[in-house]
Design a protein around this ligand. Structure first.
Ligand code: NAD
Ligand code: IPM
Ligand code: MN
Length: 360
């Protein structure tokens, strides 16, 4: 098995965490006799500085020629005054759009060992296991018209979806629910927005193809509350682009840190893999970043793009083992009553590799 992976590490903690993910993937591939070929290209702020654009042609071409793209994160405070279409984030949106993946899978789960790090009570989160399916190519992020008219002092964005765009992501969510606990929660704002009424109507129609999956609807405001009050009751959560962005960050509270959460985007020409966190300028360059979200994202690359289930599971097991043995990065040790060892980004990556090799 040979897999050609493009790494777009990006900005801030992006390079720090993707380095560890790549090393872990190399270790597990070597153990199984598989060849992973890694190439690197610029994206985001580093590409603006070096190439004058957040998504250089050369990066896009390499991405389209690869079997999978692993992205770190983009963005930095020095770019905050740029217009949205010039910012590092525009590079991310452009690569998402070019690769064509519309279903962004964001698993959020509670590790028993990290319960102490969550502000939620252990009995609330213990056993929580949610799969967010976030529509990634529509809604306010891409809808037109969009403009800031500085003369009139007005600005507008457009939340737009077609029935087909909703149906295709809904189908993926139902299929995934069939393989899990057969429950799907569709999140919208159908009490206010026409686009959400179309969303709900379409989801109800698609649900007829999946009679074994129980479907419920929640408004996004109430969902933000239910997620914190009773996270264990949710299985697959299907929602549009912006609502999914917000709710998946919120689910970092269930896991104990946003630094734990991976994602995979499927349905397009080339799958795109990214931890859900950003470039974290507040901790960048200090070795404080948690690489486990990126490492778990590496596991998703192997599972979804390489069909390497055993290797993916081995990475996930090594991550769990590191937590069981008490190893923590600073974000996982805000509450550390047992005085567990707190590791740097690189040390945590090395620990996962050590446990991978030991668990062979
Ligand atoms: P962020 O996710 O970068 O950080 C939010 C908070 O979580 C910060 O306190 C940060 O230190 C912490 N955090 C994030 N990842 C962590 C990790 N792996 N380990 C430990 N702590 C971690 O969100 P933000 O601060 O709102 O955004 C910063 C920049 O990142 C912005 O430019 C934003 O647009 C960009 N961003 C990029 C992506 C992406 O490229 N996929 C995702 C989200 C945000
Ligand atoms: C994410 C990020 C991106 C998004 C930004 C950086 C464009 O927040 O991946 O969650 O909003 O999709
Ligand atoms: Mn986000």
């Amino acid at each position: 098995m040979k897999l050609n992976i493009l790494v777009t590490a990006g900005d801030g903690i992006g390079p720090e965490v993707t380095n560890e993910a790549v090393e872990v993937m190399k270790t597990v591939a070597q153990m199984g006799g598989h060849t992973l070929e890694f190439n690197a290209r610029r994206i985001g702020g580093t590409a603006i500085i070096n190439d004058g654009t957040p998504l250089p042609e050369d990066t896009l071409k390499a991405a389209l020629d690869s079997d999978a793209v692993l992205l770190g994160a983009v963005g930095g405070n020095e770019f905050n005054s740029l217009a949205p279409d010039k910012r590092p984030e525009a590079g991310l949106l452009a690569i998402r759009s070019a690769l064509g993946g519309f279903a962004n899978l964001r698993p959020a789960f509670a590790f028993k060992e990290l319960a102490v790090n969550s502000p939620l009570r252990p009995e609330i989160i213990d056993g929580a296991d949610i799969l967010f399916v976030r529509e990634l190519l529509g809604g306010l992020y891409f809808g037109k018209p969009r403009e800031w008219n500085r003369t009139t002092g007005e600005a507008w964005n457009t939340m737009r979806y077609t029935k087909d765009e909703v149906a295709r992501v809904a189908r993926i969510a139902f299929q995934l629910a069939q393989k899990r606990r057969k429950k799907l929660t569709s999140v919208d704002k159908a009490n206010v927005l026409e686009v959400s009424q179309l969303w709900r109507d379409t989801v109800i129609e698609v649900a007829k193809e999946f009679p074994d999956v129980a479907l419920e609807h929640q408004y996004v405001d109430a969902m933000a509350m239910h997620l914190m009050n009773r996270p264990k009751e949710f299985d697959v959560v299907l929602t549009e682009n912006l609502f999914g962005d917000i709710l998946s960050d919120e689910s970092g509270v269930i896991t104990g840190s946003i630094g734990m959460l991976p994602s995979a985007t499927i349905g397009g020409k080339v799958n795109l893999y990214e931890p859900i966190h950003g470039s974290a300028p507040d901790i960048a360059g200090k070795g404080l970043a948690n690489p486990l979200g990126a490492i778990l994202t590496g596991a998703l690359v192997l599972r979804h793009s390489g069909g390497l289930e055993a290797e993916a599971a081995a990475i996930e097991k090594a991550v769990r083992k590191a937590l069981e043995l008490g190893f923590r990065t600073p974000d996982l040790a805000r509450a550390n009553p047992q005085g567990f060892p707190v590791l740097s980004t690189k040390e945590m990556g090395a620990k996962v590799r050590e446990l991978l090799t030991a668990g062979k």
